[in-house]
Ligand binder design. Structure first.
Ligand code: 5AD
Ligand code: SF4
Length: 427
């Protein structure tokens, strides 16, 4: 999401006649796009800001801006705490950046942290900064109103709003025309995408269908789905269209119904399992990944074991795993105590990581002997003689280079694997 937002900012800056540099020393303006999801993310930003102090001493006119969630969360407090910062811009105020730059250029501190009910940057054509020219993100909605008890996002990114479908479709068509072969539709909760006009309505499955229909060579991915909103209609739409990737990211957070209730996730262990069964029924070849938080308020050994047993049952192919980090002003910070000791959080995280490594390896081993269509992304990191790409399930596959090139689709038979990679040969 932040990569996608930075691409929007780059576009707004380009229109304001600023060019990009990859060399920080050369820059007249440095923007840092920030995340507040865990304390650690904020600490890293603070560290980077302190590194900018010496740069600013050497170059007094240098302007430093903090963008995104941390700007929104801390507002002018950040200006007081971090003297190096000149500009603070929340996630909905990027159109205002040229004006904020003018104010800061005159020596004043500049800030805009107003959240909007309708800003989606729909008309902005993102500059694909960090892209491999094959895969791109398209933001289809902004904000979140789910208010999971641990989460800062509803406060930093504001109300949920969906982007006009025509602008999404046009962006996807243009990307395909320019050689892109994979797009990922982004939102905090893509399943609740909804666009209504006077005479028409479009939901997420309809939107995916229209994008997948642009060309069968265009792969479509999406992130993230909330389990409470993952509909059968969506699963049937994926099953129907082979270029919608067989890969669903479905954050579970915990395997304990008690903890899920405290987290305000609005589903139980059983109803999550029912959704996994539905995925397996409609799309048997689908990979499933998840997010897990351990050590949430009042989590006992029994709750932790519920998470481990659910992981075993679901056989997740991949997981992002975190220790609970209490965020100021969230529901959990107001209502509950962060009462699981740090050592216990660490131990539980280790258990979860070890189990996931085992599950990922088992999942990869079960692919040996199978053939997958791979979209080639480029050279393998480890060897010039190998190319690397992904299958529809989003697994990385490497195979001998021969005469193939990035952007080609090739059928690869899996011969071996590591926990993170499949190794094969074209067939
Ligand atoms: N502490 C730890 N992890 C968190 N996440 C969100 N908020 C927190 C928090 N306070 C995790 C969730 C979410 C992912 C993006 O980050 O697992 O799905
Ligand atoms: Fe945060 Fe929950 Fe919204 Fe995801 S769905 S962004 S975890 S509040």
């Amino acid at each position: 999401m932040n990569i996608s937002d930075s691409e929007i900012v780059a576009s707004i800056m380009k229109d304001a006649y600023l060019t990009q540099t990859t060399d920080m020393k050369e820059a007249d303006v440095i923007f840092m796009n920030t995340c507040s999801i865990r304390e650690h993310a904020e600490q890293r930003v603070r560290k980077r800001l302190s590194e900018l102090r010496s740069l600013k001493k050497k170059k007094p006119g240098l302007l430093v801006g903090v963008l995104g969630c941390m700007a929104e969360r801390l507002k002018d407090q950040l200006l007081l705490e971090e003297k190096v910062v000149d500009i603070i811009a929340g996630p909905d105020s990027y159109r205002d950046l040229p004006k904020l730059l003018d104010i800061a250029g005159e020596g004043q501190k500049a800030i805009n942290v107003i959240l909007s009910a309708d800003e989606t940057y729909a008309d902005i054509n993102p500059v694909r900064t960090g892209s491999n020219c094959l895969s791109a993100f398209i933001s289809i909605m902004r904000g979140c109103e789910n208010f999971c008890a641990y989460c800062v996002v509803p406060y930093t990114r504001g109300k949920e709003r969906s982007r006009v479908p025509e602008t999404i479709l046009n962006e996807a068509k243009n990307l395909f025309k320019n050689g892109y072969r994979e797009i990922t539709l982004l939102g905090q909760n893509v399943n609740s995408y909804k666009w209504k006009s006077d005479n028409a309505e479009m939901d997420f499955p309809d939107l995916m269908k229209s994008i997948a229909s642009i060309d069968s060579r265009l792969r479509v991915r999406f992130a993230t789905s909330h389990p409470k909103d993952l509909s059968d209609k969506l699963l049937m739409t994926i099953a129907e269209l082979p270029n919608i990737c067989r890969s669903i990211h479905l954050p579970v957070q915990s395997g304990s119904t008690k903890i899920l209730k405290l987290m305000n996730r609005k589903y139980s262990r059983e109803s999550y399992m029912e959704r996994i069964e539905a995925i397996r029924k409609y799309i048997p070849e689908c990979s499933i990944s998840t997010d897990i938080i351990c050590g949430f308020s009042s989590e006992t050994d029994e709750d932790h074991n519920d998470t481990l047993s659910l992981m075993e049952w679901a056989k997740f192919d991949y997981a992002f795993m975190f220790k609970y980090s209490e965020r100021p002003d969230t529901l959990a910070a107001k209502k509950y105590k962060d009462n699981v000791a740090e050592e216990i959080k660490s131990q539980r995280l280790n258990d979860i990581i070890a189990l996931q490594q085992k599950l990922s390896l088992e999942s990869n081993k079960s692919d040996i002997g199978k053939t997958f269509e791979v979209l080639i992304e480029g050279e393998s990191h480890k060897s010039k003689d190998f190319l690397s790409g992904r299958n529809s399930q989003n697994k990385v596959i490497i195979f001998p280079r021969k005469n193939f090139k990035a952007g080609d689709y090739v059928d690869v038979k899996v011969l071996r694997c590591t926990p993170a990679t499949l190794i094969g040969e074209d067939v």
